[in-house]
Design a protein around this ligand. Structure first.
Ligand code: AMP
Ligand code: MG
Length: 419
């Protein structure tokens, strides 16, 4: 387990910006050290433990980029003004060894991916030539070196191709395969326990009392964690009772890498998570300058980090993105992936408080001249699941903004980019 010190989440000020939260996490949370070797088919989404440098150049040999005719560039000087016919002296297809050098004044029939015959360094596309009695008629004006892929032009041998901490994507797995690797070394998946808290909650499938609702946050959070590559333990619903909360938290601390709860962290009389964590570990309430969002409880129980998210689904979603996601990446040994909003045109007006970051739920549509426009979801409540389900993502309004007017450029984050 990654053992964190009790003051890991200490913070002095009254309010914390989103950037401060992320930088505290990135600086103080240490990664799990265990390394596993996984096959390429199981590598997508895993965190690379060690840098991979290219064991061979890509492409490994110089080859033709097209189906056509390979010639020597020495012959091209005479080709500049008028077409020229060359005898076709051989044929080389993909996978075949090139048969000997191309003599000056000769052409070789060649196919995409086939090795360039010795001496040849330029390929005419078959669409650009015509055949005339065993000779190929080449048009004027092709640049020497055209349509050839040089050995190592993609990646030279020895180049640092994939960095440690990279969360492997399908294209990264493809690169490992292109190097001939069958397995890669990755950090082990981090293990996260998830609880919901609240007397009003029941699990889907159980019978629901008149004043109860089905627990939805737990399933959202578990799905987000799985997307981030975590191994998730579903620990159900805890009642609003300090003693039972404390014993449940204590019993899992030390057996996994992160404990995540939702609900019960406001400062109401029935919000017992804070007191429960304080009785078995240390806790700091992070009051983040963010909307939607509520205080997030950050704690350490027996060396294991604890994060208590607010109960309102939208606040829970947004704080997950800014606090849980960076924590999971840091624990997993992944490079922090900063969110990069995409510029779009606001199709709404909005007033906000200075010094607070706000997220507006929006749909994208194509506006005038094909410019992407963000249309605000009509309602704002932090309890509205429909506002997450029926939208494409969030418009991020920075701390300094106080007013958005229609037509203004704003930054959009699609949901897929957030996890
Ligand atoms: P709390 O943070 O416990 O004060 O809860 C704030 C609001 O979020 C209340 O209306 C709760 O009923 C609701 N809520 C809390 N936890 C969940 C959950 N797991 N799923 C859905 N709604 C929840
Ligand atoms: Mg509650």
């Amino acid at each position: 387990m990654a053992q964190l010190s009790d003051d890991c989440f200490a913070f002095g000020g009254p309010m914390m910006s989103v950037d401060e939260a992320v930088s505290i996490i990135a600086a103080r949370v240490t990664a799990v050290q265990d390394i596993e070797t996984v096959s390429l088919t199981a590598a997508d989404g895993r965190i690379l433990a060690k840098e991979i440098s290219a064991p061979l150049p890509l492409p490994p040999f110089t080859n033709s980029a097209v189906d056509g005719y390979a010639v020597r560039s020495g012959d091209l000087a005479q080709l500049e003004e008028q077409e020229r016919a060359l005898p076709v002296a051989g044929r080389v297809q993909a996978g075949a060894a090139a048969q000997g050098p191309v003599e000056p004044g000769q052409a070789v029939r060649i196919f995409t991916g086939a090795p360039m015959p010795q001496g040849a360094d330029t390929v005419f596309m078959q669409e650009d030539v015509r055949l005339d009695q065993g000779r190929v008629v080449l048009p004027a004006g092709l640049k020497p070196g055209a349509n050839v892929r040089m050995a190592g032009e993609d990646i030279p041998a020895g180049h640092s191709a994939l960095a440690a901490g990279q969360r492997l994507r399908p294209q990264d797995v493809a690169l490992a395969a292109a190097f001939g690797l069958t397995h890669v070394e990755v950090r082990r998946r981090i293990r996260v326990a998830v609880f919901s808290t609240g007397d009003e909650l029941v699990s889907p499938g159980a019978s629901r009392g008149a004043a109860q609702l089905f627990d939805s946050n737990r399933f959202m959070l578990m799905a987000m964690l799985v997307r981030l590559g975590c191994e998730v333990s579903d620990l159900g619903i805890l009642r609003d009772d300090r003693v039972s909360l404390a014993s449940a938290l204590k019993s899992v601390a030390g057996t996994l890498d992160l404990i995540l709860t939702t609900g019960g962290v406001s400062t109401g009389e029935e919000d017992h998570v804070k007191a429960a964590v304080e009785s078995v570990g240390t806790l700091v309430l992070w009051r983040m300058a963010i909307k939607p969002g509520r205080p997030v409880a950050m704690g350490i129980i027996g060396g294991t980090p604890f994060i208590g998210l607010p109960g309102n689904p939208v606040a829970s979603f947004v704080t997950f993105v800014h606090v849980v996601r960076p924590t999971v990446l840091a624990l997993a040994g992944a490079t922090q992936q900063h969110l990069i909003p995409m510029p779009v045109r606001a199709a709404f007006a909005y007033k906000k408080k200075i010094a607070r970051r706000e997220y507006v739920r929006v749909n994208l549509r194509k506006g005038e001249n094909g410019v992407l426009e963000a249309v605000k979801f009509p309602r704002e409540g932090a309890g509205l699941l429909s506002s997450l389900v029926d939208t494409d993502g969030l418009v991020e309004l920075g701390e300094q903004i106080t007013l958005v007017e229609p037509g203004q450029t704003v930054g959009f984050l699609g949901y897929a980019s957030l996890i």
